[in-house]
Ligand binder design. Structure first.
Ligand SMILES: Cc1cc2nc3c(=O)[nH]c(=O)nc-3n(C[C@H](O)[C@H](O)[C@H](O)COP(=O)(O)OP(=O)(O)OC[C@H]3O[C@@H](n4cnc5c(N)ncnc54)[C@H](O)[C@@H]3O)c2cc1C
Length: 412
């Protein structure tokens, strides 16, 4: 069989690798707009100059030289013919397959504010091309405004701080965020504040709970952002990090059901048999490990398995800025009736939410040892209230039994 994969990101590459491993006779064609394979999670290291494009390539096993894999790069698909299972760029037919995996990821959202959509000095941060534009513009910019204090916005600020340090200068970086805290979708305000302080120590100024309402400037360049308070944030460059939208415009009229993202069933198949969607294009979660896992699950289902995609944590992420690590799994905002336990010292902050006696979420900041254990309890809603010991004292040892063959197993 011939398999067609749209996208050479985390999800598409994982799908390709899985199919080639599962089926010794089958071939895979990947079509991507990207000309290079790279980790988006490492784009800030490219901006800072610490990493080259080659060194953020996440394939290190010769996958791309497999003779059963054809990678058509630098092609922007504009149409999918679902009946023919073929993709087109304009009128040109690029490739077709017996099955299709849509792994086209997402694009940065550009807010419809002032000249953000057209200005030559306003950039998103999603693709290597964006990182190249930012690094180039940083050659002459001094004042940089970042819209959005989520992971991507802070990644951009981090990359620019490091770039400045490498050049012996300090950029004037201002971050404007609508929410009251940084990293509002990643962790609670207490954990986020630690990061805000670390950025502030490096000269970054935060406007939290503030909206950008307009831009000022001329000649195609933005010279200031106007905030809802009337304040102006002068800038030579703007980085927009306010979210992403699945890159699925090419599915219009194809018959593949979409909402904000591609609609998939529990096995990651679309409404059209043989056409699957994975990663950010499927909108189930916006993180790298889940994109990879979905690529693998869809590919296995194509190869005859019958696997549900189950890893649907609302939140599961690891954040690391300036060597402060945070792992957040599950809920971090309590609901009515939840029990919230926190503890902290100079280097650590930990928070556990217990719902009906079982952990519903945990934040570990500083030392994240034991995170796999909490993840297991949260995912499987395992009660710990009957163990008769304080929650923080619960450990793997409370749950393991030994099989007859000597293997350890979870006992609940
Ligand atoms: C700056 C940044 C930092 C991040 N940091 C983290 C992090 O620390 N941890 C984490 O878990 N996640 C992080 N993420 C999110 C993570 O990178 C994504 O969830 C992941 O890349 C999704 O993988 P994907 O394969 O679905 O999509 P992508 O990686 O976006 O790949 C999509 C592919 O589809 C191709 N494509 C798109 N449209 C077309 C078209 N019309 N025609 C042809 N090809 C097309 C693209 O060229 C690309 O090859 C970060 C993202 C960014 C941008």
């Amino acid at each position: 069989m011939k398999h067609l994969i749209i996208g050479a990101g985390a999800a598409g590459i994982s799908a390709a690798r899985t199919i080639l491993k599962e089926r010794a006779e089958d071939t895979v064609t990947i079509v991507s707009e990207d000309r290079e394979v790279y980790s988006r999670c490492m784009l800030h290291r490219f901006i800072s100059g610490e990493r080259s494009a080659e060194s953020i390539n996440f394939i290190n096993d010769g996958l791309l030289s497999c003779p059963r894999l054809d990678w058509i790069r630098g092609k922007t698909i504009t149409r999918l013919d679902a009946a023919e299972k073929a993709v087109y760029a304009g009128d040109e037919k690029i490739a077709s397959g017996d099955t299709v995996i849509i792994a086209a990821g997402a694009n940065s959202v550009t807010p419809p504010i002032g000249e953000l959509k057209t200005a030559k000095n306003a950039f998103g941060l999603r693709h290597l091309s964006d990182a190249r534009s930012i690094a180039e513009a940083a050659g002459t910019a001094q004042r940089i405004a970042v819209i959005g204090a989520g992971l991507v916005g802070l990644d951009a600020a981090d990359g620019l701080i490091e770039l400045g340090e490498r050049r012996g200068k300090r950029f004037d970086i201002t971050v404007v965020e609508m929410a009251e805290t940084a990293l509002a979708i990643n962790m609670d305000s207490r954990a986020a504040l630690s990061y805000q302080r670390l950025f502030e120590e490096r000269g970054v100024q935060f406007y939290l709970g503030r909206k950008v309402v307009n831009t000022a400037g001329g000649g195609g360049f933005i010279s200031a952002l106007e905030l809802d308070t009337g304040a102006a944030v002068p800038c030579d460059m703007v980085i927009m990090a306010v979210g992403v939208r699945p890159a699925i415009g090419f599915l219009a009229g194809s018959g593949v059901n979409t909402g904000r993202a591609v609609t998939v069933d529990g096995k990651l198949q679309t409404n059209i048999p043989g056409i699957y969607a994975v990663g950010d294009a499927a909108g189930l979660s916006g993180i790298w490990p889940n994109a990879q896992k979905q690529g693998e699950v869809a590919a296995k289902n194509i190869c005859g398995w019958d696997l549900p995609y189950e890893d649907r944590f609302a939140v599961k992420n690891t954040v690391n800025f300036f060597n402060l690590l945070t792992l957040s799994v599950g809920a971090f905002t309590p609901q009515e009736g939840d029990e919230v336990l926190t503890r902290e010292d100079r280097n650590n902050y930990q928070k556990l939410i217990l719902r009906n006696g079982a952990p519903a979420g945990v934040i570990l900041q500083g030392n994240i040892a034991g995170s796999g254990f909490w993840q297991h309890l949260i995912k499987n809603k395992i009660r710990i209230d009957k163990l008769g010991k304080p929650a923080w004292k619960v450990s793997y040892a409370d749950f393991y039994g030994v099989e007859q063959n000597g293997e350890y197993k979870w006992v609940v």
